[in-house]
Design a protein around this ligand. Sequence first.
Ligand code: GDP
Length: 195
Amino acid sequence: MKVNQAEFIISAVGPSQYPADALPEIALAGRSNVGKSSLINRLIQRKNLARTSSKPGKTQQLNYYKVNADLYFVDLPGYGYAQVSKSKREIWGKFIEQYLLHREHLKLVLLIIDIRHAPSKDDQTMFAWLKHNDVPLVVVTTKADKITKGHWQKHVKIIRETLQMEKHDRMVLFSSELGVGKDELWQVIEQEIGW
Ligand code: GDP
């Protein structure tokens, strides 16, 4: 995928603000601070288009980024941020749930997991829920540069086991820092939107 143009479109707080041009949407889910913004920036080769912030849990909207005139990346609110009250978490949950279940232009969810740690309960719930609801997904294990290459497969195995992934469930190993996995992930995305 050659990215000629990438721009931030909107932080949508509800369906009436979602773009109306019917382009395919690729959503990113994961806990706060897992590296979603960095991953978008790496995929589109821009340093700072998607805001990388060290303050987790700030985003309460769907952030839309348009790539060429081809597709949107949709950065979902990070989940599992301990300091957010339970009632607020439930509202976020509903908000995300509605989008994931009913957005017709949604083609693929990238579930972003930190390769260093076994997936959290929230990660496990999200993975199982997406599968149960037949939402197309690929697990992306990011921050691979933070562990030595010789340990990658061991961590991948732990993640696959903890999420109870089946053989055919897709996973891409990624590093926003190094660019590892970028071409592979673009291939998965392009395949999913039928290019
Ligand atoms: P978000 O909250 O999920 O959007 O996470 P960010 O993209 O803001 O990343 C959170 C922190 O992790 C930032 O300090 C990033 O620089 C760092 N980070 C994200 N991805 C990587 C990666 O692949 N490698 C390394 N070394 N750091 C990363």
